[in-house]
Design a protein around this ligand. Structure first.
Ligand SMILES: [Fe+2]
Ligand SMILES: [Fe+2]
Length: 169
């Protein structure tokens, strides 16, 4: 019997897998920090490190979308009007998340008697915006749909560009 070859993932499948993976990691990050910040006597140093790691991962994910993927989808010139509106709406949600990340970072830099309550409020707000945002991206930016927006070669070029120019844009 012929040995089955491992199936090669297309760049489109790779893109969607990556989206699911990072979104789940970020959601678990929020849940873990909420657990640590459940009361005012919680270990702030530990929670602050978790918050810093979460903010960095979210900022990197936004960077991949704002600076590399979404501009490439637009530049490919194959978007329907619904796709254009979809990406514009996600951009707006990124801005809300950027503001919340800024507030979270500010929180990690100061001592406050209401630290845990503030952390919980901000993270709850993050989840309220991020959960539907992630769900929208996952349901619309499927491998099949991304294949209508951009060619395989163009998407492969985006990955190469990210690898070479991550900090330059
Ligand atoms: Fe996004
Ligand atoms: Fe995303």
């Amino acid at each position: 019997m012929a040995k089955s070859q491992p199936t090669q993932r297309t760049p489109f499948e790779h893109f969607h897998d990556g989206l699911l993976h990072v979104h789940r990691e970020l959601q678990h990050g929020v849940a873990d920090i909420l657990t640590v910040a459940s009361h005012e006597n919680s270990n702030q140093a530990v929670a602050n490190r978790m918050i810093a790691a979460f903010c960095e991962e979210l900022e990197n994910h936004h960077r991949s979308e704002d600076v590399f993927f979404f501009p490439a989808f637009r530049a490919a010139g194959r978007l329907r009007s619904t796709d254009i509106a979809f990406l514009d709406a996600r951009d707006d949600e990124h801005l809300v998340l950027v503001r919340l990340v800024g507030e979270l970072k500010e929180l990690t830099g100061r001592r406050s008697g209401t630290w845990a309550a503030t952390a919980r409020r901000l993270l709850t707000e993050v989840a309220e915006v991020a959960d539907p945002h992630f769900a929208a991206e996952e349901s619309v930016l499927t491998a099949e749909h991304v294949a209508e927006m951009i060619t395989q070669r163009q998407l492969a070029n985006v990955y190469r560009d990210m690898g070479q120019n991550w900090d330059r844009r």
